[in-house]
Design a protein around this ligand. Structure first.
Ligand code: 0WD
Ligand code: CA
Length: 386
């Protein structure tokens, strides 16, 4: 048949209660080139403050500085200003997009097919290689634009707020690495503020504070607006993505087994940075106790070549084909349906996704009595639906 395997769907019934399925493409059997992915360009940037207020400024922007040798990542763990895990709403991204539309550059806010946080799109595109973790999304289609948000069930939320101390410490190690690697004044090394702070410490960790970039890009025929957190810039801030740096930590590699594990993880690092146009990823390799032993810089575009041909290899072409098919699948089912409708996409590893209409109780769980149409804030709805 003419149809690529990725878009083969089984329809049970045409009623709104139907579940639609999209199963995996067969990664080995598609000789066509993958859909093109356009180099992302930044539309706007914004910051979250200590009080978790959104500002359309670069107050939270940080500059790269080389970390000290053997940085200890457990430092100041007890002073971590930790944001409680909640649902990551799309509101901040919509505020930034609205500013582009109404104040900066209306043309760049139009013709868009998808609006989502980068983390959500990373999940979608890496799904063909995900063997363990399922996920769920809420989706709406308004005025031809697909809006995505991650859905965390009440049970998942409780779980995320009750993670093991060991795991929580590992998460902290990542933030502590960011502290050592960044400064708020370009070119100035970090001067510790508190007695007892080690050399190069860039200040205590506050996960409320974030700098985010919103970019415009295109996958196949679908223009996308994607927003995500950027850890720092190298050198000067140019207002473009070309100096962006992503910081990561990972366990030191002690043998072939660790190496294979790391190379699998590189898919997530790669896709996450690729989607925002971040050209450089700096990885701090650490001991289990949180001491950095080495650092290594990866050029994002060169990462796929590092894993090619290995037994655990992944191929970004498979991800892009799947992503394109996924978007086409959603468009098919959502484009002529009522715009107020909220859809739920459920992904199961090694299987694929299921799409269904979210019932009133499901929507109620998602919006919890807030001023929203579906999961979109009322003010945003009023701006785009005329
Ligand atoms: O509260 C939540 N459940 C989440 C909030 C989950 C995922 C994202 N977010 C927020 C982010 O804080 C940001 O404001 O959404 C916005 C966009 O984030 P993104 O760039 O799309 O998120 P992602 O690519 O998943 O993660 C980027 C970074 C992470 O860096 P690493 O190197 O670990 O990938 O965002 C941070 C983290 O530094 N981050 C979080 N920080 C605090 N709480 C969280 C979280 N739950 N999730 C990611
Ligand atoms: Ca990071």
């Amino acid at each position: 048949s003419e149809q690529p395997p990725a878009t083969r769907q089984r329809r049970r019934s045409p009623s709104p209660a139907a579940t639609h399925k999209l199963s995996y493409p067969d990664p080995s059997s598609d000789p066509r080139p993958p859909p093109a992915f356009q180099q992302p360009t930044q539309l706007i940037s914004f910051s979250y403050t200590h009080a978790r207020e959104l500002e359309l400024t670069d107050s939270a922007l940080r500059y790269f500085v080389a970390p000290p040798a053997n940085a200890q990542l457990s430092h100041a763990y007890e002073r971590w200003n930790r944001r409680p895990e909640g649902r990551a709403r799309i509101d901040g991204l919509l505020r930034a997009l609205s500013a582009v539309r109404t104040k900066k550059h209306p043309a760049l806010a139009s013709g868009v097919g998808v609006v989502a946080w980068r983390g959500v799109i990373t999940r979608v595109l890496t799904a063909p290689y995900e063997e363990r973790d399922g996920w769920e999304l809420n989706v709406m289609c308004v005025d031809g634009v697909l809006y995505f948000e991650e859905h965390l069930s009440e049970a998942r939320l409780l779980e995320k707020n009750d993670i093991e101390p060991r795991h929580r410490r590992q998460t902290y190690f990542g933030y502590a690495f960011e502290s050592y690697c960044t400064t708020d004044t370009p070119g100035r090394p970090n001067i510790p503020q508190n007695p007892g702070d080690p050399p190069g410490w860039g200040g205590d960790v506050d996960t409320n504070v974030q700098w985010c970039s919103v970019v415009r890009t295109k996958l196949g025929d679908t223009r996308m607006v994607i927003g995500g957190e950027v850890d720092c810039v190298r050198g000067k801030y140019t207002g473009t993505t070309e100096t962006f740096v992503e910081l990561k930590t990972s366990l030191v590699i002690r043998g072939p087994h660790d190496e294979a594990k790391f190379e699998k993880k590189l898919l997530k690092f790669y896709m996450q940075s690729f989607l925002l146009g971040v050209p450089e990823i700096l990885v701090g390799f650490r001991t289990p106790a949180g001491q950095v032993t080495t650092t290594q810089t990866f050029k994002t575009v060169e990462i796929p070549r590092l894993v090619r041909g290995k037994p655990h290899a992944w191929d970004p072409a498979v991800c892009l084909r799947w992503g394109d098919a996924f978007l086409a699948f959603l468009k098919t089912h959502l484009k002529d349906a009522p715009q107020t409708r909220v859809w739920r996409v459920s992904f199961r590893p090694k299987a694929g996704v299921e799409l269904r209409v979210l019932g009133a109780a499901g929507v109620e769980e998602v919006v919890a009595g807030e001023e929203r149409v579906g999961f979109l804030p009322q003010w945003y709805w009023d701006e785009v639906v005329k």
